[in-house]
Design a protein around this ligand. Structure first.
Ligand SMILES: [Zn+2]
Ligand SMILES: [Zn+2]
Length: 83
């Protein structure tokens, strides 16, 4: 009987593809708090902030005609006097 052939697919070795994008680290641009996983991004300046520095404001969307909650960082909330 022929021996069991073991194929070593070294060339086809792939890096760890199971890493989720949601595990990527983030840092709050206001207080430099570091975190990992789901991050909150300001809808005005598109910068990441921690939950303490993101507030959700009700904003009217003329395209959909609906009010929706928009994440806004405290920087922009002060800058644009958003309540
Ligand atoms: Zn923060
Ligand atoms: Zn902002």
């Amino acid at each position: 009987m022929s021996p069991i052939s073991v194929k070593k697919n070294v060339k086809n070795w792939q890096p760890d593809m199971t890493r989720k994008e949601s595990d990527s680290p983030w840092i709050c641009h206001i207080c430099d708090t570091k975190g990992q996983g789901e991050s909150l991004t300001c809808s005005h300046c598109f910068m990441v902030a921690c939950p303490q520095h993101i507030k959700h404001v009700t904003s009217y969307n003329p395209e959909t005609g609906l009010y929706q909650l928009m994440p806004v960082c405290l920087d922009c909330a002060i800058r644009y006097a958003i309540q």
